[in-house]
Design a protein around this ligand. Structure first.
Ligand code: SF4
Ligand code: SF4
Length: 379
């Protein structure tokens, strides 16, 4: 329709005011290339690279344009046609050789942890945004965390790739909440990265390989739902794994559906909630996390002016497109700190890391947590 209703919702358009950095401009460019009506031009690829893949445009489009699918397919075409830069080659190789292999990633995590302890982080990675690493999340030896009390449900839990290394405490809290809600939590053995980062980065071939592998792992067990506490992974599993249709649930979506027991204690805190893009826009889940937060006695939830605008994390975006990412983050931190909240909660590891980096750069005392960490304190 070319109506342009998506423009003001797009973080890169909001920052630049340029049609070329808007969803409509990007769709036009990709369509012209695809139809052969415009010669592929390396210089124009920057407009595609600058898209966060946040899918805010998709959520507001009155015509139901599936932008998320368009940009993933577009990026895959672009990767085929462009000259690879050193930065992009490193990113693709790291995703294929490190992120897709849980053992290698854990070894890398352990190495980074030691490097952090002896203050050598810059040798191992850029380190700017990495949280102080703790011992990585470990599922129970027998592969099941049993329900506490009654057990009407059996769920599978996505451990994922970077989350167990960066934020094991978020996983610990999520699993505890599921147990409290009456779920036996099954950790599928040998599960690997879901492939979300690969797909978002234009490597659909590797994303499909990981999907085929993981699909066999999930088929080996029985479960009512596959629960995911990372919004980017949840959205990818819902879109990209047809055999799991209707059974992938975000943590807050599932807890709201089955109900939590009464909280046991007050948690006195003024908190604001940052919508993770892949939860709010791709999965259209905004209400459930807020209801769960409000259900905790003592919590005061204060909203930002634009809680559902991207923070600029977007997977590898904050590394590959650092300048634009920082501009978007700056606006977010202004919005966040103006609420006077002492804690910000969200539902995705990339957002946790990005917000923490933005707050620490300002010398702010505001803490960042996964929504699961806040909820579990009420029990
Ligand atoms: S996905 Fe996000 S950054 Fe990309 S065009 Fe849509 S709103 Fe803009
Ligand atoms: S993507 Fe949707 S909202 Fe954006 S210009 Fe096209 S029809 Fe309008």
């Amino acid at each position: 329709m070319h109506c342009g209703l998506c423009l003001d919702a797009c973080p890169t358009f909001r920052v630049t005011g340029l049609e070329t950095e808007s969803p409509r401009g990007r769709i036009y460019l990709m369509t012209q290339w695809k139809r052969g009506q415009m010669t592929f031009d390396e210089k124009q690829v920057k407009h595609i690279d600058l898209c966060l893949g946040c899918r805010t445009c998709e959520a507001v489009c009155p015509s139901g344009v599936p932008y998320g699918r368009i940009i993933e397919a577009g990026r895959s075409e672009v990767e085929r046609m462009r000259r690879p830069t050193a930065k992009r080659w490193i990113a693709k190789t790291a995703l294929r050789q490190l992120v897709a292999h849980p053992r290698r990633l854990r070894a890398f995590g352990a190495m980074t942890r030691v490097a952090q302890a002896v203050r050598l982080t810059s040798v191992v990675s850029s380190g700017r945004q990495l949280p102080a690493l703790r011992a990585a999340f470990k599922p129970p030896a027998d592969g099941v965390a049993p329900a506490i009390g009654t057990r009407p449900y059996r769920v599978a839990f996505l451990v994922g790739c970077v989350m167990p290394i960066l934020y094991p405490q978020s996983h610990d809290a999520a699993v505890k909440l599921l147990q409290l809600a009456g779920c036996d939590v099954w950790f599928p053995q040998n599960e690997r990265c879901c492939g979300a980062l690969h797909a978002h980065n234009g490597d659909l071939q590797e994303a499909e390989r990981l999907r085929d592998y993981n699909s066999r792992v999930y088929a080996s067990g029985q479960f009512d739902a596959l629960v995911v506490d990372s919004a980017g992974c949840g959205s990818h599993l819902k879109d990209f794994y047809p055999e799991l249709k209707g059974r992938v649930k975000d943590l807050s979506e599932w807890l709201a559906e089955i109900g939590m027991p009464q909280p046991k204690r007050d948690v006195k805190v003024k908190v604001t909630y940052q919508d993770a893009c892949h939860l709010a826009h791709a999965q259209r889940i905004k209400k459930q996390p807020r209801e769960l937060i409000r259900s905790v006695p003592g919590v005061q939830l204060v909203e930002m002016r634009h809680p559902d605008i991207c923070c600029g994390a977007a997977g590898l975006y904050s590394t590959l497109e650092a300048q634009m990412s920082r501009r978007i983050l700056d606006e977010k931190i202004d919005d966040l700190t103006s609420t006077g909240a002492e804690l910000v909660v969200t539902a995705n590891p990339g957002c946790q890391m990005q917000l923490a980096a933005g707050l620490s750069a300002r010398g702010s005392q505001v803490r960042v947590e996964h929504v699961s960490e806040l909820l579990v304190r009420a029990y």
